[in-house]
Design a protein around this ligand. Structure first.
Ligand code: NAD
Length: 546
């Protein structure tokens, strides 16, 4: 293959043409609109300089109609998102290009199979879904339509790799991989905002602290709330899954013309040059070593407790780790100033903690893993609710700079300050958040992991391809499946089960979540509590879990 046609010289067409020419192919861009064609040439020349590919534009020519094309092995369509228009383009391409040519659509939201319906030879059509800017982004989803030929898919994949990009093969399902698996990142953030879990700037800071390149609100402002909303609507209208339904708040903002950066107003305000006016003050740096020497009892085992123990050791804190099943009557906590309960990372600890709290001297602070236990419910039964502080650390502390701290009216300032000091000594910043299932990060990241698992379960793509797609297409710090493994299936399931209690069962854990648990060292009783192993886990693995 050496000659490639790109139909449509807009945002995507220009980026694709440049990426293809930079890899050494001859490219012809078909653009019927004279003004758009001139803009395309300018844009390609400018972007080529930026990517140090000054010679690439010499390999790009512009044509006005498809009938001018001949001798092309591959054509990539990037015209506006309109089914009828795309059908016409492919009928014209079929007539003009030889039978050996592979045809590809860059559609984001239409079904490749639906576009193929109008074609005489639908087997030649695949999706090649580039990301914007196409000359920069490394990911391309190669979409296999219902009738796409295996050979056409293989050619598409090899072609993408010859551009130096990563190809992931996706089934022809709504949103393919990236636009689908990313939905809960926005939707759950919008719900959290509606429920006053935090302000956009705080929630964005949590997301960045967890390694996302951009927080959900600044990202929606950048994408455009209307564009983001349209993608949610499109995926939802095709899938009709309640968990993917667009959120009313976003619809209202779009209605009011609050579209984000391009309209000067979205979740943040912008000046005419697009610069944020209300630039938030950066969160304070973590505090140094603790002012007073605290004596810490760390209750629990599992990855979270283990991680905390290592860090406490490194911070030279005085602490003892106490196994989960120690009887309260046997615990000697009289000399302790902080009791930190990490539980097993997945079980509700309300009953245990209520009983424990009653035995603690009044000045002992109780720090509780708020992803497993709902703090507002716990404190209802506590003798001294003011000393109970919920914290949120989702997976490894390595991947989370900011610890969520539950902000309740009942909590004393002293307890919050001590929590800040405690996590500061471990090198972490803290930020207050409203109570609720999974606080902010647990709910958002847990729901993204869940959607990724649904996608794998429904054979949209392999687990490795879903992970690669989210890392490269969305700059996620970890693929959602590997992230789920790190956090542990029982912990993710616990968060989603609580979310389901609050929002409805549609938001609960996918059955196949248990496939993550295969390599997990969680104690078997937790798994038994959470329900049966998934059909994706072989029966012997299922037995092991139980
Ligand atoms: P765009 O509006 O920037 O560009 C479309 C171009 O197609 C325009 O220049 C237009 O003049 C041209 N065109 C219209 N009719 C044509 C015809 N009959 N023949 C040839 N050219 C014609 O749109 P875009 O953002 O580049 O999107 C193009 C496609 O890529 C859409 O299917 C979109 O869903 C998809 N996509 C867009 C993005 C993105 O971020 N913009 C990302 C991935 C995929």
């Amino acid at each position: 293959m050496n000659r490639v046609a790109v139909v449509g010289g807009g945002t995507m067409g220009c980026g694709i043409a440049l990426a293809v020419a930079a890899a050494g192919f001859e490219v012809t861009v078909v653009e019927p609109d004279g003004a758009a064609a001139a803009r395309a040439s300018e844009r390609i020349a400018k972007d080529a300089l930026r990517m140090n590919a000054a010679a690439a534009p010499e390999r790009i020519s512009v044509a006005r109609t498809i009938s001018e094309l001949s001798g092309f092995d591959l054509a990539i369509e990037a015209v506006p998102e309109d089914l009828q228009l795309k059908e016409q383009i492919f009928l014209a391409l079929e007539k003009t290009l030889g039978a050996q040519a592979v045809l590809a659509t860059n559609t984001s939201s239409l079904s490749v199979s639906a576009i193929a319906d109008a074609m005489e030879h639908p087997r030649r059509l695949i999706g090649l879904h580039f990301f914007n800017p196409a000359n920069v982004m490394r990911l391309v989803e190669v979409v296999r339509g219902e009738r796409s030929d295996d050979a056409a898919v293989a050619i598409g994949k090899a072609f993408v790799e010859s551009l130096g990009k990563t190809a992931v093969v996706a089934a022809d399902t709504p949103g393919f991989i990236v636009n689908r698996v990313a939905r809960p990142y926005y939707l759950q953030s919008l719900y959290a905002l509606e429920e006053e879990v935090g302000e956009p700037a705080d929630l964005d800071a949590f997301a960045r602290g967890a390694g996302f390149r951009m927080g959900p609100f600044e990202l929606m402002d950048l994408i455009g709330l209307d564009v983001n909303y349209a993608v949610s609507q499109s995926v939802f209208s095709q899938m009709e899954e309640v968990r993917l339904a667009p959120v009313a708040l976003q619809a209202e903002m779009v209605e009011r013309g609050e579209l984000g950066r391009k309209s000067g107003h979205g979740f943040y305000q912008y000046d005419p040059s697009g610069k944020r006016i209300d630039d938030a003050t950066p969160p304070a740096a973590p505090l140094g070593p603790m002012a007073a020497p605290e004596t810490i009892a760390l209750l629990g085992y599992g990855p979270l407790a283990g991680d905390l123990a290592i860090r406490l050791e490194n911070a030279s804190a005085k602490f003892q780790q106490i196994a989960l099943d120690d009887q309260i009557a046997d615990l000697d906590l009289q000399a302790t100033t902080i009791v930190l309960d990490a539980g097993d990372g997945a079980s509700d600890r309300t009953e245990f903690l209520i009983a424990l709290e009653r035995t603690l001297p009044q000045d002992v602070i109780l720090l509780v893993d708020a992803y497993a236990t709902l703090i507002s419910r716990l404190i209802e039964k506590c003798k001294h609710p003011e000393r109970v502080v919920g914290f949120g650390i989702l997976g490894s502390l390595d991947h989370q700079d900011v610890v969520e701290i539950v902000d309740l009216d009942a909590t004393s300032d002293e307890a919050l300050e001590l929590a800040e000091e405690f996590f500061g000594a471990l090198g972490k910043r803290v930020q207050l958040v409203g109570d609720g299932p999974g606080l902010f990060l647990g709910r958002v990241i847990g729901s993204v992991i869940n959607e990724a698992i649904y996608a794998v379960q429904e054979h949209v793509a392999s687990a490795d391809d879903v992970d690669a797609a989210m890392r490269l297409g969305m700059n996620y710090p970890l693929g959602p499946i590997e992230w789920g493994r790190e956090i542990g299936a029982p912990r993710v399931a616990r968060i989603l089960t609580q979310l389901a209690h609050e929002r409805g069962m549609e938001f609960g854990p996918a059955r196949a979540l248990w496939v993550l648990n295969v390599d997990n060292s969680q104690p078997p009783d937790i798994v038994a509590q959470m329900g049966e192993a998934s059909p994706l886990v072989t029966s012997s693995e299922g037995e092991k879990q139980r």
